[in-house]
Design a protein around this ligand. Structure first.
Ligand SMILES: NC(=O)NCCC(=O)O
Ligand SMILES: [Zn+2]
Ligand SMILES: [Zn+2]
Length: 466
């Protein structure tokens, strides 16, 4: 039996902050006890980690990543191997990635393909959501099977006609099925039909630069789709999780629904909290680095997102990590912004950026852990195995130095992408040591993990409704 003790740190969970030693036995948290207690003093261990003046936090749970996602004729540049290694560097020990159903194919085929991509490659644990690109009688039936296999959430798109798009009837049917089998519907809420009209008009008028990506994907079209998704979920009697919320008006739709007591949840991402349309407008096509959907918004929207995170109208911060290199990938859209592959890198940066938000007073320390670890674990059926520090939980633990200074940069990050969306940003705080199921994967800022350590996580249904 292997035993590790982490001594002297401030243990932070969503529920409390307490100075405690943590005993890890065989990959699980075995006990917590006051550092000066005779009980903790009596623990013997193979390894002792000194966490004096450090935080001990649960490993991050990033519930929205896209390793190797095929998009716009190319693939997201992080593989499951490079992306989960970068996640570990950033203190994230669980990812939930998206398997994709291709049009004309079954959900099962998509899931099998994603298992092949990830199996034996991951440095940290991983689960899958399912993207439904073809809602048919048979794929609706298959949803039941997938829930049974631990794929208990399904992403639908109101955007990208001809690729991932589902119409309102398909969405309603999928929601009805989810209401019956416990599958949580995750919605990409943008009116893609209207957006495609505006894209066509912009290109015809010679407005081809990256900043027009933000202009055609209007706030009103995110708000309208969010409203419509909420109404459809009410009709179906299903809960709803809206992904990558970026606009103040979309937060208002969620808040209004939640005020009525509806089981409607929202996720935002660091890029919407820290970046803006100013980045999309950077000259010499540099704005392409910031093309994602929903798009970055004018800076004024950030206050509403922070408020939503504080009040609970938004519950989760995930990364939507979907990296494409500037050279050779983002460049596919020179002269036509609609051909720029959509997505930003960030799986390595989320825990640090949210700690910076603590330092700047946007959120409390416990809320940091709640939105980045505990709630995503509960939302997607992984709690309390993941997302907290308690006896019986997986020993996914991060020793975090809240005083370390770092500067984010492509020179030093570990994501397989040739730029950082946060180049030059100064952060107070840094991951020091990371344990994944008790195994040290980052040891005082050295990678000690391995591809294949990460295990597939079959998930329960949403526990946030309990
Ligand atoms: N978000 C984004 O731009 N790319 C990834 C696909 C998605 O989440 O819609
Ligand atoms: Zn999306
Ligand atoms: Zn995404």
């Amino acid at each position: 039996m292997s035993r590790t003790v982490i001594r002297g740190g401030l243990v932070i969970t969503a529920a409390e902050e307490t100075r405690a030693d943590v005993l890890v036995e065989d990959g699980r948290v075995a006990a917590l006890a006051a550092p000066d207690s005779a009980y903790a003093q009596g623990w013997t261990a193979d390894r002792t980690i000194d966490a004096t003046d450090k935080y001990v936090i649960p490993g991050g749970v990033d519930a929205h990543t896209h390793m190797e996602l095929p998009f716009g004729g190319t693939h997201a540049s992080d593989t499951f191997e490079t992306g989960t290694r970068a996640a570990a560097w950033g203190g994230t020990t669980t990812i939930v990635d998206f398997a994709v159903q291709s049009v004309g194919h079954s959900l099962r085929e998509g899931l099998d393909t994603w298992h092949e991509k990830a199996d034996g490659k991951c440095a940290v644990d991983y689960g899958f959501h399912m993207i439904m690109s073809d809602v048919t009688t048979s794929s609706l039936k298959e949803m039941d099977t997938l829930v049974g296999l631990g794929v208990s959430s399904f992403k639908l798109f109101m955007a990208y006609p001809g690729v991932f798009y589902s119409d309102d009837g398909q969405i309603l049917r999928a929601m009805q099925r989810g209401a019956a089998n416990g599958g949580l519907i995750m919605m990409h809420a943008e009116n893609g039909i209207a957006i495609d009209v505006l894209v066509e008009q912009a290109l015809a008028e010679g407005r081809t630069d990256p900043r027009y990506h933000g202009e055609v994907r209007k706030v009103l079209l995110e708000a309208e789709a969010t409203h419509r998704a909420i109404q459809l979920s009410r009709v179906a009697g299903a809960p709803l999780y809206v992904v990558h919320v970026s606009a103040e008006e979309a937060v208002a739709e969620l808040a209004q629904a939640r005020d009525k007591g509806l089981p409607v949840f929202g996720e935002t991402c660091p890029q919407y909290l820290f970046l803006s349309t100013d980045n999309l407008a950077e000259p010499d096509f540099e704005g392409a680095k910031y093309v994602c959907s929903t798009p970055l918004r004018p800076r004024e929207h950030q206050a509403a997102l922070w408020r939503g995170l504080r009040t609970g109208d938004l519950q989760v911060v995930s990364t939507d990590h979907c990296p494409f290199c500037f050279t050779g990938q983002k460049e596919l859209g020179r002269g036509d912004f609609s051909r720029i592959p959509n997505g930003l890198p960030g799986v390595e940066n989320r825990m640090d950026l949210l700690h910076q938000a603590v330092v700047e007073g946007h959120i409390s320390r416990r809320r940091w852990i709640e939105i980045a670890c505990a709630t995503p674990a509960r939302m997607f059926g992984l709690y309390p195995k993941k997302g907290t520090i308690a006896p019986g939980a997986d020993a996914d633990l991060v020793v975090y130095d809240p005083r370390a200074q770092q500067t984010l940069s492509a020179e030093t990050h570990h994501m397989n992408v040739d730029y950082s969306a946060y180049e030059g940003k100064r952060i107070t705080g840094q991951v020091e040591t990371v344990l994944s199921r008790g195994e040290t994967v980052i040891d005082r800022r050295r990678f000690t993990g391995r591809a294949g350590h990460g295990r597939y996580l079959p998930r329960d249904t949403c526990q946030y409704l309990d």
